[in-house]
Ligand binder design. Structure first.
Ligand code: F6R
Length: 368
């Protein structure tokens, strides 16, 4: 059942190109436009939306954080992202024209379900993003967009996360398509590019040998930091979460711009810092992070840099360089997350941990 792999997690990481392809399947028409008929929220209702609020926990929340960048940019809608358990104990301002998107692999996370109920009481429209057919979440939402990752057995989310990203990109692009935005051409081009993502993810998987070697060499590190900017920031959070839950190691993700506001004080000789670098095409973001890498390296950090292939500007400052295929900035999490999953999985295995069943964790958290 593990398909020749030692752990379900390894199998699920390897399945990601297929999972991404399946989540795209049937959703891009021959005319290059998206059709999300199963969503059951009318185009008219989507045109009336004036705000998007995303609720989710853990890894699914990281998918939500990435969705914010996509929804604001392509659909031109204000978007807030909330931890479901925080959202429902506040007094969030929602209306009939608020679109609440609840993201949950299992569809059974109690905190997320309670947030959905809270949103519906206030007459918001609720769209679920869910991986499990017949689970509770889809029944409680106005509409649902299923991810087609297939059953995810390992406790730590991998392929579900990548398919959640695909789902939220589809939602952002679909909102742009039905509402019409100034980015019409870009939206059309992005839909085409999404179709190439399974191949790009496959390319990343083919080059993971050095990442595994690196992970084993860091098994005794006391702590690992992760830095990113823009959508690389949630990717950094996700990389840190994977390491915490699998390797039981101290790990933290930061927005690179936040360094000088505090975290740079943590940098000391030999501290491994993994940095997710935006594409060179986003020169402003890219150049800023290159200076961040220089700053931490000057203070002794061991820099592990994830950058697009051919990025020669980062090479001189990278103790280890992990190259990923060049893709547009907003889609980059689909390729930059994969090395972080492999890294955490390998490091945890080197420490002798069962990566499928990390201590103290359950696959779905059905209590509040
Ligand atoms: C981390 C992980 C958890 C889940 C979270 C939400 O690897 O798996 O953080 O993402 O518990 O679960 P779902 O998506 O089922 O609502």
């Amino acid at each position: 059942e593990k398909g020749g792999y030692d752990y379900f997690m390894l199998k699920e990481i390897a399945e990601q190109p297929r999972a991404v392809a399946d989540t795209l399947l049937g959703r891009i028409g021959a005319d290059g436009r998206l059709s999300l008929d199963e969503m059951r929220i009318s185009d008219q209702a989507l045109r009336e939306v004036d705000k998007v609020v995303i609720v989710a926990c853990g890894t699914a929340n990281h998918a939500g954080l990435i969705a914010k960048y996509a929804i604001e940019h392509w659909a031109g809608l204000p978007c807030e992202v909330e931890l479901a358990h925080e959202f429902r104990y506040r007094d969030p301002i929602l209306s009939r024209n608020t679109l609440v998107i609840a993201i949950s692999q299992s569809g059974e996370t109690m905190d997320t379900l309670m947030a959905v109920r809270h949103a519906r009481e206030q007459h918001a429209k609720v769209l679920g993003v869910c991986n499990v057919n017949g689970s509770t979440l889809p029944r409680e939402c106005d509409g649902v967009l299923y991810t087609h990752a297939g059953p995810e057995i390992a406790v730590a989310s991998t392929k579900a996360f990548l398919t959640q990203l695909v789902a939220v990109y589809l939602i952002a692009l679909y909102l742009a398509q039905v509402r019409g935005t100034k980015w019409g051409d870009e939206v059309f081009a992005m839909i085409q590019l999404l179709a190439q993502m399974p191949d790009k993810v496959e390319k990343v998987l083919e080059t993971m040998g050095p990442v595994r070697d690196l992970a084993r060499s860091l098994a005794d590190a006391p702590s690992v930091l992760f830095l990113g900017r823009h959508v690389g920031f949630p990717v950094a959070l996700e990389g840190a979460l994977k390491l915490k839950e699998l390797a039981y190691m101290h790990a933290e993700g930061f927005a690179a711009g936040e360094l000088k506001h505090g975290p740079i004080a943590l940098i000391e000789e030999g501290l491994p810092v993994i940095v997710v670098v935006p594409p060179r095409a986003r020169a402003v973001l890219h150049d800023k992070i290159v200076s961040n890498i220089q700053e931490i390296r000057a203070r002794g950090a061991r820099t592990i840099v994830i950058a697009e292939e051919g990025d020669d500007a980062v090479r001189p400052y990278a103790d280890t360089l992990i190259e990923v295929p060049a893709v547009p900035t907003l889609l980059q999490p689909l390729v930059t997350t994969v090395p972080l999953q492999v890294f955490a999985c390998e490091l945890a295995t080197a420490k002798g941990h069962d990566v499928d069943q990390p201590r103290n964790l359950a696959k779905s958290v059905t209590v509040e």
